[in-house]
Design a binder for this molecule. Structure first.
Ligand SMILES: [Zn+2]
Length: 351
């Protein structure tokens, strides 16, 4: 009987943690002891007792001839080189990465050093786990193929969101974790400003209320990964609602996330609206022209009403260089955003 390879103790432990007991409980405190198989190859036996039902659990894995347990305070290593895991499929790795990253509180930059060290370890584990998913990318394809998933939960995750396994998405996710990690390493523990602390508290409250309203108890939940059957993940619409609420609380435009305090950002939102119309109605030229015309009329009406001239920024606006417009050249931010709202309504309106 061929045993599966556990490249490192960390990998074996993660596998045990993600493989539920017969009773459904996740997580296992285990002891490891080295063993030799009959053919002489080295292995490791993990034993433990389920904390929920008291069942004895045991798993035996092959281990590498030369140890790959090389994790350090600066890096988590589940396995060396490009070899893919035999214990966890790509979705389980991605799920683990998301769980580790989600466990890092957004306020950890103001936490005591011990908590910060734990948070760093979780982020390092998240980085390494995404890397394990990326090892499943074939040389000649830009996405992990459906055949790479062998667990029920992994296949469900893949079917629900195959794009999550695209190489760009994986790289973006990993680099995001790496950025957070770097930020935590580089900065001395900063005192959170009162304004920032208030903002974080408001954002947390909004998220809690939103989760309660929709009965969501685990935002990052994916099929097969969690224990409770009543756990609920948000629909795309619910996720979008949360984004809108958080943006509104942060003084940002709900649609674009651009700052409502910045007139240049308002002009950028207007330019973005025109681009959306041009792309969205590319196949229907009369409708595209009608909607774009309506948005531009609203813009001109706004200029006329305020007695403004767009001479100072018209060329930059037309040439898609909005961010070079000096903010002093523009009317106040509130006025510019007023125009954006009017132009959006005009572009969305019926003929
Ligand atoms: Zn159990």
């Amino acid at each position: 009987m061929s045993r599966r390879l556990a490249r490192t103790r960390l990998e074996a432990q993660l596998y045990l943690d993600l493989t539920p007991c017969e009773c459904g409980h996740l997580g296992l405190e285990s002891r490891a002891e080295p063993v030799r198989f009959e053919d002489g190859t080295p292995g490791c036996r993990y034993t433990g007792t389920c904390a929920a039902c008291g069942r004895a659990r045991a798993d035996v894995f092959r281990v590498p001839e030369i140890s790959q347990d090389v994790s350090s305070p600066d890096e988590v290593v589940y396995g060396l080189g490009g070899r893919t895991s035999e214990l966890l499929d790509p979705a389980q790795w991605l799920w683990a990465a998301q769980r580790y990253a989600a466990a890092v509180p957004s306020t950890s930059d103001s936490a005591p050093e011990a908590e910060r060290a734990t948070a760093r370890t979780w982020l390092m584990a998240a980085v390494a786990a995404v890397g394990e998913t990326e090892k499943f990318l074939p040389e000649d394809a830009d996405s992990v193929p459906a055949t790479a998933f062998w667990t029920e939960g992994g296949r469900a995750f893949y079917q629900r969101d195959p794009q999550a396994f695209h190489e760009h998405r994986l790289a973006d996710l990993r680099m995001g974790y790496e950025r957070r990690l770097r930020a935590m390493r580089d900065e001395a523990p900063p005192r959170m400003s009162r304004a920032r602390a208030a903002h974080v508290m408001t954002a947390n409250r909004i998220q809690e209320e939103w989760a309660q309203r929709h009965g969501i108890d685990d935002e990052e939940w994916v099929e097969g990964g969690a224990s409770g059957a009543q756990r609920r993940s948000p629909t795309p619409q619910q996720r979008a609602e949360l984004t809108r609420l958080l943006r509104a609380a942060a003084g940002q435009d709900e649609r674009t996330g651009l700052s409502l305090d910045d007139p240049v950002a308002g002009l950028a939102a207007f330019r973005q609206l025109i681009a959306e119309v041009e792309i969205g109605w590319a196949a229907d030229v009369p409708e595209r022209d009608r909607r774009r015309g309506a948005a531009l009329s609203a813009y001109r009406a706004w200029l006329a009403r305020g007695g403004w001239s767009d001479e100072a920024w018209r060329e930059l606006l037309e040439n898609d260089r909005v961010w070079q417009v000096p903010w002093e050249a523009l009317p106040p931010a509130a006025e510019v955003w007023e125009m954006v709202r009017a132009a959006r309504a005009a572009a969305a309106g019926p003929a």
